[in-house]
Design a protein around this ligand. Structure first.
Ligand SMILES: [Zn+2]
Length: 401
């Protein structure tokens, strides 16, 4: 069965339009000829789609002078003023918001501390305060808001958008998508933070060979976002990727989940603090702040403190062993370690790489690219990608197709 039989013409036009927009999201500016070449479409097909997208307000074109000949050409780009997008991360110790235009240029960012053990009402109250401010800024700039993407440190039900269970916050069954869609009258996309980060990494990846990504979000907890053949593995309820609680060292340390020897007990924030203390490294650890010590440890590592570096190398060994299991399970092209501890894990990456070189069977470890992300914004980027994707697919194209 050919593509034409499987989809009707409208579907194909819509798919082509989404692909054109994606090319412009990744490459920023392209000519019609560039787009045709990248997508394997004819110039005529691309010109038709582009005309419709310009008419719908999604694209802009600007004249430029080509090379030394000085011939005028036209470059296309996403129209930044097509709308605004909001990304919101609700973590155990903070709420972060980012407002961007349709070109994903940042217009405003703000972060507020989440009190330790905050209730659902307190936490969502903080988030709603930030959301009101973001919506006001968008309105003042005459940008309609296209949607709100939310990343949360816990299990998110894929069908209902409920915050199903937060292992650290202990929040349970919060119908966030429903509540906020009713309150704000906007589409709301809720994702687990590791899933969101994986979505972000995948969408901004410009390498067609990299369709298989494992993103590990490491902080107080450890979750994975796994993308295989370009699809996020969500599982039946959407809870897939809870790799922090797989058994790692059976006679190891007790875990917050009630079991003993989970992987997180050797690699997470609690483990790093415990091992630093065992190595007689003193860290100003304020019990009311789960992650305030991170910068201090990074400074000591950067200054070449041997006890810190060797502690982090041991943590890297444990991380590497768990990553090797994931590499054998999923055979990814890239493994990215990020989240709040990314900055610290940077100093453990040589020992992770060493394990990956030797452990996984039949060269799977050698072909995998290991990256440590220190950005702390990978989940937010994924939130924006969710809003952008949805805005492109529906209902924007009702006027286009
Ligand atoms: Zn556990």
């Amino acid at each position: 069965m050919g593509l034409q039989d499987k989809y009707d013409r409208k579907d194909i036009r819509r798919l082509n339009a989404v692909n054109v927009l994606n090319q412009l999201r990744i490459n920023r500016e392209l000519s019609r000829a560039n787009i045709a070449a990248k997508l394997g479409l004819t110039r005529a097909t691309v010109s038709n789609i582009v005309s419709e997208l310009i008419a719908a307000g999604l694209l802009l074109e600007a004249e430029y002078l080509e090379g030394q000949s000085g011939r005028p050409g036209l470059l296309l780009q996403l129209n930044p003023n097509f709308g605004a997008m909001i990304a919101l991360e609700i973590d155990v110790d903070r709420v972060v918001i980012m407002l961007t235009n349709f070109k994903q240029v940042r217009l405003w960012r703000q972060s507020v501390a989440m009190p330790k053990g905050a209730s659902v009402d307190t936490g969502l109250g903080l988030a709603e305060g930030l959301l009101s401010r973001a919506l006001k800024i968008a309105k003042d700039k005459a940008l309609r808001c296209l949607g709100i993407g939310v990343a949360w440190a816990g299990l998110v039900n894929r069908n209902s958008g409920e915050l199903a269970y937060g292992p650290t916050s202990r929040w349970e069954n919060v119908p966030l998508r429903q509540v906020w869609e009713d309150k704000y009258g906007l589409p709301v996309y809720v994702e687990n933070e590791a899933h969101a980060a994986a979505i972000g990494m995948y969408h901004f990846n410009n390498d067609a060979e990299k369709n298989d990504i494992v993103y590990l979000s490491l902080g107080v907890g450890l979750g994975a976002g796994v993308i295989i053949d370009g699809n996020l593995l969500r599982g039946r309820q959407g809870y897939a990727g809870q790799v922090g609680h797989v058994s790692h060292s059976p006679n190891g340390h007790p875990c917050s989940c009630g079991k003993t020897g989970c992987w997180i007990t050797e690699v997470g924030a609690v483990a790093i603090l415990r091992e630093l203390s065992n190595a007689n490294v003193s860290v100003n650890h304020d019990a009311s702040d789960e992650v305030a010590w991170i910068d201090q440890v990074c400074e000591m590592a950067e200054a070449g403190d041997e006890a810190v570096l060797s502690t982090l190398a041991n943590i890297g060994q444990h991380l590497g062993e768990g990553i090797a299991r994931l590499v054998e399970t999923f055979n990814p092209s890239s493994v990215i370690v990020g989240g709040r501890l990314g900055k610290v894990i940077k100093y453990a990456s040589p020992s992770i790489a060493e394990v990956l070189k030797n452990r996984p069977m039949h060269a799977m470890g050698e072909s995998v690219e290991l990256t440590v992300s220190c950005s702390e914004e990978d989940s937010l980027v994924g939130c924006l990608a969710s809003v952008f994707d949805a805005a492109m697919k529906n209902p924007v194209f009702d006027s286009v197709s």
